[in-house]
Design a protein around this ligand. Structure first.
Ligand code: NAD
Length: 247
C-alpha cells in the first residue's frame, strides 16, 4: 500500500490532463498536493476536485521567480516539500527545422526544459531541509526518439532525460531520487485538440497496443516512482508508451 500521509507534493501543469491525474492519485494516497498551473482559478478548481486539502497555486514555470515563489508557498502553507512532479508542458509549433519559428523554439525550451530546471533548482534546497524527497520529470517518448516537425519539443524532452540523470547523481547523497517518465501519446487536451480524426487514428496505429494511453496510466507509474516502493530507482527514464518505442 502506497501512502503519502503527512507529505507535501507539488505538481506543475496540474489543472489538466496528465498533471491532473497525478495530483488526484497523490491526494487519494494521502499527500497534501499543491496543484500549480498558469491560471489561479483553474488551479483552484483542480485542487478542489483532488480533495484531501489540496491547494491551488498560480505559476508560470518559464519564469524563475514565479517557480521560486511556488516552492516557498508550498513550504509556507504545509511546512515541508517532499515530492515534485515537473509536468507542465506545451507542444509548440509543428514545422521542420529549416522553417521552425524562432519564437516557438524559445517558448518550448523555456517551458519544457528551463521550467524543469527551475522546479528542481528551488525544490531541492527545501527537500534537503527535511532529509530528502523524490522528483519525477515528465519527459516523453520524444525524449529518446525523434518526431518530424517538432525540433524544439524533441530537444527539450531529450534535455529533460539527460538533466534528470545528472541531478540524480548530484543529489543521491541528499536522499533525493530523481527519475523521468516517457509517455507515449496520451488522450489529453494537448494531443486531442491538435489532431483531426485521421491523425488520431494514425497515432493509435503506431502504438503496439493500437491505442493511445490515458492520463491515469501515466499517473500510476509516476506515483510508484515517487513512493518508497521505488527506493532503489534513481536517474532513470521510464516509458509508459503502449510499446511505441519497442518497434
Ligand atoms: P495538457 O495541455 O492537458 O496539460 C498541460 C498543463 O500545463 C495545462 O494545464 C497548462 O495550462 C499547463 N501549462 C502550460 N504551460 C505552463 C506554464 N508555463 N506554467 C505552468 N503551467 C503550464 O497536456 P498533457 O498532455 O497533460 O501534458 C502534460 C505533460 O506530459 C507535458 O510535459 C507533455 O509534454 C507531456 N507529455 C504528454 C503526452 C501526451 O500525449 N499527452 C505525451 C508525452 C508527454
Amino acid at each position: 500500500q502506497i501512502t503519502f500521509e503527512g507529505k507535501t507534493a507539488v505538481v506543475t501543469g496540474a489543472a489538466s490532463g496528465i498533471g491532473a491525474a497525478i495530483a488526484a492519485e497523490l491526494a487519494a494516497s494521502g499527500a497534501t498536493v499543491i496543484v500549480a498551473d498558469l491560471d489561479q482559478s483553474k488551479a483552484d478548481a483542480a485542487a478542489k476536485a483532488c480533495g484531501n486539502g489540496a491547494i491551488g497555486a498560480a505559476v508560470n514555470v518559464a519564469d524563475e521567480s514565479s517557480v521560486a515563489a511556488l516552492m516557498a508557498l508550498a513550504v509556507q502553507k504545509t511546512g515541508c516539500l517532499d515530492y515534485l512532479v515537473n509536468n507542465a508542458g506545451i507542444g509548440g509549433a509543428l514545422a521542420p527545422t529549416g522553417e521552425y519559428p524562432t519564437d516557438s523554439w524559445r517558448q518550448v525550451i523555456d517551458v519544457n526544459l528551463s521550467g524543469v530546471f527551475y522546479g528542481m533548482r528551488y525544490a531541492i534546497p527545501e527537500m534537503k531541509k527535511t532529509g530528502g524527497g523524490a522528483i519525477v520529470n515528465i519527459a516523453s517518448i520524444l525524449g529518446s526518439v525523434g518526431f518530424a516537425q517538432s525540433p524544439a519539443y524533441v530537444a527539450a524532452k531529450h534535455g529533460v532525460v539527460g538533466m534528470t540523470k545528472s541531478t540524480a547523481l548530484e543529489h543521491a547523497a541528499d536522499n533525493i531520487r530523481v527519475n523521468s517518465v516517457g509517455p507515449g501519446f496520451i488522450h489529453t487536451p494537448l494531443v486531442d485538440d491538435a489532431l483531426d480524426k485521421d491523425a488520431q487514428a494514425y497515432l493509435e496505429s503506431i502504438h503496439a497496443l493500437k491505442r493511445m494511453g490515458t492520463p491515469e496510466e501515466v499517473a500510476s507509474l509516476v506515483v510508484y516512482l515517487l513512493s518508497d516502493k521505488a527506493s532503489f530507482i534513481t536517474g532513470s527514464y521510464h516509458l509508459v508508451d503502449g510499446g511505441y518505442t519497442a518497434q
